[in-house]
Design a binder for this molecule. Structure first.
Ligand SMILES: Nc1ncnc2c1ncn2[C@@H]1O[C@H](COP(=O)(O)OP(=O)(O)OP(=O)(O)O)[C@@H](O)[C@H]1O
Length: 234
């Protein structure tokens, strides 16, 4: 049964292109991500991981099936309310290159609040608190080009967290980092999610990243083919 703040996929399919050149990226995925749960999505290249994440996050509209977030069907919502819901309820961390190069760290991290109409000073104060919590005190006014890859990803985590999302979606969040920085980012991401009670859905190729999550799904050919729970997160 679906509970408040659960993210649920029912018989999700996604077919890109049309008849002669159609690609089935999702071939029927059923999934429940419970409130506060962290789920890693693994599988070979082209197995549908990013498509699943994008459908769950309301970025891509499924061909059939439905995504239900907190009791509300979102896959079939028109674009405007779907975008609004993404802004209020979800946070995103991508591999890299997601920060605006001309803005200081604190404004990059404050953007989701400013997009919601929170006054700049208030948004920046909240962003600075997250940056400090993530170990970036003193770097608030640096631009992304003045930060290391790991520091920039922490700013991206601050931006994902600042508006208190219900779910954080991360697509290869450590893919551009060396192993030590990558683990640091995953540690803060999972800890931040636990701190706020947010759920976390992470697409990754890295077993040690998946080990930080409560549940690991394996995809092949657009389906979830197996599922396991790592023994203990490090
Ligand atoms: N916008 C698109 N238009 C057409 N086909 C697409 C599109 N996006 C993805 N695909 C196809 O859908 C399938 C699943 O792609 P997806 O990116 O979800 O896989 P993935 O498991 O995330 O791969 P990777 O690990 O390489 O990022 C692939 O065959 C891909 O070529």
């Amino acid at each position: 049964m679906s509970r408040p703040r659960d993210l649920v996929a029912h018989a999700l399919t996604k077919i890109y292109g049309s008849a002669s050149s159609a690609t089935t990226a999702l071939a029927g995925v059923d999934l429940v991500v419970r409130a506060g749960e962290s789920v890693a999505v693994m599988g070979p290249s082209g197995s549908g991981k990013s498509t699943l994440l994008h459908c769950l996050a309301g970025v891509v509209r499924p061909t059939s099936g439905e995504v239900v977030w907190d009791g509300r069907p979102i896959g079939s919502l028109p674009d405007a309310p779907r975008t609004a819901l993404r802004r209020t309820d979800f946070g995103f961390v991508f591999q890299s290159g997601q920060l605006l190069p001309e803005l200081p760290a604190e404004e990059n991290a404050a953007l989701p609040l400013m997009l919601r109409g929170v006054p700049r000073a208030e948004a920046v104060t909240a962003a600075r608190e997250w940056l400090a919590w993530l170990g970036l005190r003193g770097m608030e006014t640096r631009r992304p080009g003045e930060l290391s890859g790991g520091q920039a990803q922490r700013v991206a985590v601050a931006r994902a967290m600042v508006a208190s999302p219900g779910v954080i979606f991360a697509d290869e969040p450590t893919g551009a980092l060396d192993q030590a920085s990558g683990h640091g980012v995953l540690e803060v991401l999972t800890t931040a999610a636990r701190r706020t009670g947010a759920s976390l859905v992470v697409v990754t190729h890295d077993e040690s990243v998946a080990a930080w999550c409560g549940r690991v799904l394996h995809m092949r050919d657009g389906r979830v083919v197996s599922e396991r729970r790592p023994a203990v997160a490090p």
